[in-house]
Design a protein around this ligand. Structure first.
Ligand code: SF4
Ligand code: SF4
Length: 249
């Protein structure tokens, strides 16, 4: 058997096992890559203030993201979402108790967590999903073969698959951002294209102070400051994926 074919089958075998593999073992084996979380370089992170977000602000955040990234609105289960609002119970199963319901809003925003130990990266056989050194988990749409292993591996439902040609559902297009084709997976990119220009993510701007963003490895960043001052939780922390999205309660 040719070594490239053997290597592919090994990766496919790992993919079939997917997220049942112990995260610490995979971390030790070097999968997941990147410098994030080890105190070197930049690791981008977000802190969502669940008390400041209301329905209107959340809608504006979703609109800001989806309009600039050409995310189509499809009125069916095949809808594509990069950022969305969902009830606390769904986002934090096992972390809820009845008094947490006393927070003003029972919904909050969800998006890709840009995990420090991302299960989606480990299972992608073509490396279409990869992690940048600054912790951003990216998608290369051209390398995606639509196998959807990454969707099965993501425990947060953060990825969407284009069952149909998404361009048919776009009323307007942002010419500065690529559109996608049928058969590829997509998700939030932490606005990597805006960060590379020195801007903040679009949802952070639209949130008018309700979402903090910055470098987790910089003790002076606004995200570190607010994490020092406020109580925060992350989604499904027991899975060991190490999310970079924090929720201020
Ligand atoms: S939230 Fe899901 S898609 Fe995003 S990095 Fe983590 S495992 Fe991957
Ligand atoms: S960080 Fe950017 S891509 Fe991700 S949800 Fe916010 S606006 Fe969308």
């Amino acid at each position: 058997m040719k070594s490239s074919r053997r290597k592919f089958l090994q990766i496919a075998g790992l993919s079939a096992l997917g997220w049942s593999i112990c995260p610490s073992l995979l971390q030790a084996s070097g999968h997941g890559g990147g410098e994030g979380g080890n105190g070197q370089g930049v690791r981008w992170a977000m802190a969502i203030d669940t008390r400041k977000l209301d329905d209107k602000l959340m809608e504006e955040c979703v609109h800001a993201c989806h309009s600039i990234h050409n995310v189509p609105k499809i009125n069916s289960k095949q809808n594509i979402k990069w950022i969305w609002s969902a009830p606390f119970e769904k986002l934090f199963p096992g972390q809820m108790h009845k008094f947490l319901k006393e927070v003003p809003e029972e919904h909050t925003l969800a998006l890709c967590n840009h995990c420090g130990n991302p299960s989606c990266v480990r299972v992608c056989p073509t490396k279409a999903t990869f992690k940048r050194p600054d912790g951003i988990v990216m998608m290369d749409f051209h390398r995606c073969i639509g196998c959807r292993y990454c969707m099965a591996a993501c425990p947060y439902g953060s990825r969407s698959f284009n069952f149909a040609d998404p361009r048919r559902f776009l009323k307007e297009q942002n010419p500065d951002f690529p559109t996608r084709t049928k058969g590829v997976v997509e998700k939030c990119t932490f606005c990597a294209e805006r960060l590379d220009e020195g801007k903040r993510p679009a949802c952070v701007e639209a949130a008018k102070g309700a979402i903090y963003f910055g470098d987790l490895n910089d003790p002076h960043s606004e995200v570190r400051q607010v994490l020092k001052e406020r109580y925060s939780i992350r989604r499904k922390p027991g899975l060991g994926t190490d999310p970079s999205v924090y929720y201020l309660i």
